[in-house]
Design a protein around this ligand. Structure first.
Ligand code: ASP
Length: 350
C-alpha cells in the first residue's frame, strides 16, 4: 500500500518532534536546576537542657564529646562509602542509644514507676516514608525497630506489646527492662521524687531544671536524599504510658527532600502542640525562608512564645545545618559538606 504523505501531515510530525525534544530538554534543565549540590553531611544531637560548664567535670565533658564524635564519624563513613542517609542516621543513633550518657536506649530516664519506656522515629526525605515506635520496654535499639516499622509494615507508628511482638516476628531479640537501667538514672528519679514530696505541684520538674538528653541525627547522602531520626526515654519521672514528641512525625522528626530534615529535643508536649519539626519545613516551603531563618523563627520565636524549651538540629538539601535551642545548652555536632567536624555543648558555641 502506498503511504499518503501529505505536506500537512509532514508539518504536523515535525511539530511533534520539536515538542517532544523541546519538552525533553526543558525537563532535563528543570531537574538540573533543582539538583542538590554534591556533598554529604551529618549532624547529631544528644539533648538540650540545663547543661552548664560549671556543673560538668572535664572528664564528663570529654566523654560526651568523644561519644558524639564516634556517632558522627560512623554515620559519615556510611555516607562517604555511598550509603544512604537513612543508614547513616541509624548508625549514628545506635551508638548514642548504646551509650549510658544519653537519654535513649541503655541509660534512658525512668518513669515514675522506675521503669524505662522508649520512643523513636525515623523518616526518609526521598518519599516521606516514616516509621515510629512508642512505649517500648524490651527493645535494645528502638531506632532499628522504627526503621522496620517503616520498611516492613504498612503502618507508621506502633506501640508497646504489639510493637515488641512485631520485632520478635522479624527476628529481633528482646532484652529485660533492667538492661536500660543505670544507677545515675535511679538517683535522678529518687531526687525528683523527693523534691516532689517537698513541693507536690506536678509530675515534672520545671522544664529548665531538667536535662533532657534525647538523641537524634539528620543526614544528606550523595543522592541528595535527606533523612532524620530521633530516639528517647522521654522525660524523667513521666507517668508510665506517656508518649512524647520523639515518635511523632512532624513534631520530633521530619524529613522531606524538598525542604529539610529535622530532629527535635526538649519538652515534648510543647513540640507536639507546636508541630515543631514540620513547622520549620512549612516555613521553608510556603514562606520561602532559608533553613536558618525557619529553624530560628520556630525555636526562638514560636516555641519560646508558647513557653516550650528545647532545640532542633536541621539540615537542608544543600547540606546547610542549623542547630538553634533556647535552653542553656544542647549537646550537638556535625560533619559538614566540607568534611569539617564540630562538637558544641554550651550556649557560647563551645
Ligand atoms: N523530647 C523528649 C520528650 O519529651 C525529651 C527530650 O528531648 O529529651 O519525650
Amino acid at each position: 500500500m502506498k503511504r499518503v504523505d501529505k505536506p500537512g501531515l509532514r508539518i504536523g510530525r515535525f511539530l511533534l518532534v520539536i515538542l517532544f525534544f523541546g519538552g525533553f530538554f526543558m525537563g532535563i534543565d528543570a531537574r538540573a536546576q533543582s539538583e542538590p549540590a554534591a556533598g554529604i553531611a551529618i549532624a547529631v544531637h544528644g539533648g538540650a537542657g540545663t547543661i552548664l560548664r560549671d556543673q560538668m567535670t572535664q572528664e564528663t565533658e570529654q566523654a560526651y564529646r568523644d561519644k558524639m564524635t564516634e556517632a558522627l564519624r560512623s554515620g559519615y563513613e556510611v555516607l562517604r562509602q555511598g550509603g544512604s542517609s537513612l543508614d547513616a542516621v541509624t548508625a549514628a543513633i545506635v551508638i548514642l542509644e548504646d551509650s549510658p550518657l544519653f537519654n535513649a536506649g541503655h541509660g534512658a530516664v525512668l518513669t515514675s514507676e522506675g521503669t524505662v519506656e522508649l520512643d523513636a522515629s525515623i523518616m526518609d526525605g526521598s518519599d516521606r516514608s516514616a516509621g515510629a515506635v512508642a512505649g517500648l520496654q524490651h527493645i535494645r535499639n528502638p531506632i532499628r525497630l522504627a526503621r522496620l516499622v517503616m520498611e516492613q509494615s504498612p503502618h507508621v507508628i506502633m506501640a508497646g506489646n504489639g510493637a515488641e511482638q512485631f520485632a520478635q516476628e522479624l527476628g529481633m531479640d528482646l532484652v529485660p527492662n533492667e538492661y536500660f537501667l543505670t544507677p545515675r538514672r535511679r538517683e535522678q528519679l529518687e531526687q525528683i521524687q523527693r523534691q516532689q514530696q517537698d513541693s507536690p505541684t506536678g509530675s515534672l520538674l520545671p522544664p529548665d531544671e531538667q536535662k533532657f538528653g534525647t538523641v537524634g541525627a539528620v543526614a544528606l547522602d550523595r543522592n541528595g536524599n535527606l533523612a532524620a531520626g530521633t530516639s528517647t526515654g522521654g522525660t524523667a519521672n513521666k507517668r508510665f504510658g506517656r508518649i512524647g514528641d520523639s515518635p511523632i512525625i512532624g513534631a520530633g522528626t521530619y524529613a522531606d527532600n524538598e525542604t529539610c530534615a529535622v530532629s527535635s529535643t526538649g519538652h515534648g508536649e510543647f513540640f507536639i502542640r507546636g508541630v515543631v519539626a514540620y513547622d520549620i519545613a512549612a516555613m521553608m516551603r510556603y514562606g520561602g525562608l532559608s533553613l536558618d531563618e525557619a529553624a530560628n523563627a520556630v525555636i526562638q520565636g514560636r516555641l519560646t512564645a508558647m513557653g516550650g524549651t528545647g532545640g532542633v538540629i536541621a539540615m537542608d538539601r544543600q547540606g546547610n545545618i542549623a542547630m538553634p535551642f533556647n535552653t542553656p545548652g544542647m549537646y550537638r555536632g556535625y560533619i559538614d559538606r566540607d568534611g569539617d567536624l564540630s562538637i558544641q555543648i554550651f550556649r557560647d558555641g563551645e
